[in-house]
Design a protein around this ligand. Structure first.
Ligand code: MCA
Ligand code: AMP
Length: 465
């Protein structure tokens, strides 16, 4: 039943919406999307898994919806993936073809996406437990892991947000986020299609583009909001909106306050993960408190657990490891039963890896990550281990430690501490870029005599900075 509603257009069917999605200078009506996706679904029916180079274009919209119609699992691939990442994503996912465009060097077949094709035949509803997406996300070490998100989880996650934010068909959502993560893709594309609201995708999420779009609901990562807060005219232009929503990383309190002062709107903060979708949020009709991410959304339960396994009191100050459960959680990591098992407790809670406090009213504050090896830069999650492995492949690097250091614009910026003969830092940065996506490049390389290590020989990253 949820699945018939995960057909993202089911709720909104009925009247056409002539400007359902504006993206890359094109406008797609609801019937453009349904007809185009229907034609694609007919061609790919029976496939198991396909890859989509997730550029913000009409073809990507039609490809994603076509797969949802046909019940074919989609792997959205970052368009700037480096060769090493791309090879891993394609091999690990077992994608059978590209829909639309293929990156250079891939020998998988390509199924063209014809945005103007039309087919109005219905499709049998795939099972709610079937996997809609494999989303690749970084862990602390090794190559990115494929997060399996079912249709049922996505439907539950989106419905919970629609209720928390009073998100309806009267809204116009505006954002310019990438279409290969939960934030931009699941919330930012499937959300409007399911709720029946309009979507304006701005391409790059610049302050000017947000100001110009005239939406009622805006999504951004903190870097986007911080840049808007610095551009007062653009910020003021958002004052007619209903909700400004921030997530993917902590929204600095000064940015919250500046945005509130300039727009008259206190931002709604919400917290989530690729593995869990959005589990915590402040409400359209509830308190918004700077530095806090609010209450569990519908269906979610949370708890805080100390290192010794005892439960931490909800007094607003005591901190513990945040664990969550709810209907929007993932089904595990593809091909990684070990990693999947490690991320769940025996009694069925997902271990987020984030440290939090909860007050006596149930409001949550995210204090940070338990591990220094997961970096958040511009809202992107980057595993230090993956960048270190790439750098160790360069002859100029004998030892390396990659950390995220505080950054006013990006939240954290990637800095590599390198032991080795002085090499041109730009050469090392370019080396990472030749293998991995651009946002995984270190912003800075610092050459050091040695790395601080404890008695066991483990690098003590907290001493770097
Ligand atoms: C970047 N540049 C560099 C380097 N890094 N140049 C040299 N060395 C480097 N190390 C270049 C870039 O390519 C770019 O070039 C220019 O510098 C500026 O880059 P940057 O500062 O990164 O700014 P940006 O390109 O404007 O990107 C900022 C951004 C972006 C738009 C905020 O980081 C972004 O889209 N973040 C969203 C991430 C996201 O959606 N995360 C969701 C996952 P040029 O100007 O030539 O291009 S989290 C999730 O899904 C969960 C569920 C959740 O909670 O939401
Ligand atoms: P990703 O898997 O890329 O979605 O990253 C998930 C991580 O982003 C979480 O584990 C948190 O560390 C961080 N995160 C997401 N939203 C917030 C938020 N509102 N405040 C603080 N951290 C956040």
């Amino acid at each position: 039943m949820l699945l018939s509603s995960l057909n993202p257009l089911a709720v909104a069917q009925g009247d056409d919406l002539p400007d359902a999605v504006r993206i890359d200078g094109h406008t797609l009506s609801r019937s453009d999307i349904v007809g185009g996706a229907g034609a694609l679904a007919r061609r790919i029916a029976g496939a198991r898994c396909v890859a989509v180079l997730a550029e913000p274009t009409p073809a990507t919209v039609v490809a994603i919806v076509g797969c949802l119609f046909a019940g074919v699992t989609v792997v959205p691939v970052p368009p700037d993936s480096g060769p090493a990442e791309l090879a891993h994503i394609l091999t690990d996912s077992g994608a059978q073809a590209w829909l639309g465009k293929a990156p250079e060097g891939s020998d998988l077949p390509v199924v063209p996406v014809r945005v103007n094709a039309r087919d109005w035949h219905g499709h049998p509803e795939p099972h709610p437990s079937s996997t809609a997406f494999v989303l690749y996300t970084s862990g602390t070490t090794g190559a990115p892991k494929g997060v399996l998100l079912s249709r049922r989880a996505i439907a539950a996650g989106l419905d919970a947000l629609a209720r928390a934010w009073h998100w309806t068909g009267k809204d116009t959502l505006v954002h310019g986020l990438p279409l290969f993560h939960v934030h931009g893709l699941i919330l930012g594309l499937l959300g409007p299609l399911r709720v029946g609201s309009r979507l304006v995708h701005t391409g790059k999420p610049t302050p000017a583009a947000y100001a110009e779009a005239g939406g009622s609901l805006y999504f951004g990562v903190p870097t986007v909001w911080s840049r808007i807060a610095e551009d007062e005219a653009s910020a003021r232009a958002l004052s007619g909106a209903r909700l400004l929503v921030s997530g993917s990383a902590p929204l600095p309190v000064p940015v919250f306050e500046k945005l509130t002062a300039l727009t008259g709107l206190a931002p709604v903060e919400r917290y989530g993960m690729s593995e869990t979708m959005i589990t915590l949020s402040t409400r359209a009709d509830g308190e918004r408190r700077p530095g806090w991410v609010g209450l569990p959304v519908e269906g979610v339960e949370t708890r805080l657990v100390a290192e010794d396994g005892t439960l931490v009191p909800h007094d607003g100050e005591s901190i513990g490891g945040l664990q969550v459960r709810g209907p929007m959680l993932f089904d595990g990591y593809l091909n990684r039963p070990d990693a999947t098992a490690e991320s769940w407790t025996e009694d069925g809670w997902f271990v987020t890896g984030d440290v939090a406090a909860i007050d006596d009213g149930g409001f949550h504050r995210i204090v940070g990550r338990a591990s220094t090896d997961l970096i958040k830069s511009g809202g992107y999650r980057i595993g230090a281990g993956e960048v270190e492995t790439s750098l160790l492949g360069h002859p100029g690097v004998k030892e390396v430690a990659v950390v995220g250091l505080p950054d006013d614009d990006l939240g954290q910026r990637i800095v590599a501490f390198v032991v080795g003969p002085d090499t041109d830092p730009d050469e090392l940065i370019a080396h990472v870029a030749s293998e991995l996506s651009v946002h995984k490049r270190p912003r800075e390389v610092r050459f050091v005599e040695s790395l601080p290590r404890n008695a066991m020989g483990k690098v003590q990253k907290k001493l770097l900075g």
